[in-house]
Write a new protein. Structure first.
Length: 113
C-alpha cells in the first residue's frame, strides 16, 4: 500500500512539475470560484494547480493596483499595499505547502520496501 501511495504522489509531482514549466504560457482565468469545496474526485495535482492559479491571480491583481497608483490613476495606496501583502502571504503559504509535500515525499521514499 505504501508503494502504491508513493507511486501516486510521484505521478502527481511529475504532473505538477510539467505544469510549472508550462505556467509561463498558461492563461489564468479569473478566480471566480476561489474558496469552493474540492470535489471528491479531484486530485492533489488539480488542487495544487488551483492554488497556483489563485496565487498568480493575487499577484497580478496586486501588480495592477500598484501600477495604477504609480501612474496616478488611483490614489488607493493602502489598498495597493494590502493587496501586495496578501499576494506575498499567499505565495509564502504556497511555498510552505510545497515544502511539506516534498518532506512527505522524501519520507515515503525512505520507507523500507
Amino acid at each position: 500500500m505504501g508503494n502504491e501511495l508513493a507511486g501516486l504522489i510521484k505521478a502527481d509531482l511529475a504532473a505538477l512539475t510539467n505544469e510549472a514549466h508550462s505556467l509561463a504560457t498558461w492563461h489564468v482565468a479569473p478566480a471566480a470560484n476561489a474558496g469552493h469545496e474540492a470535489n471528491a474526485g479531484s486530485s492533489f495535482a488539480q488542487s495544487m494547480k488551483d492554488a497556483i492559479g489563485k496565487v498568480d491571480a493575487d499577484d497580478r491583481g496586486a501588480a495592477g493596483k500598484m501600477a495604477d497608483v504609480d501612474s496616478g490613476k488611483s490614489d488607493d495606496l493602502v489598498g495597493a499595499m494590502l493587496a501586495s501583502q496578501q499576494a506575498s502571504l499567499s505565495f509564502s503559504m504556497l511555498m510552505q505547502v510545497r515544502n511539506k509535500v516534498m518532506g512527505a515525499v522524501d519520507e515515503l521514499i525512505k520507507l523500507p520496501l
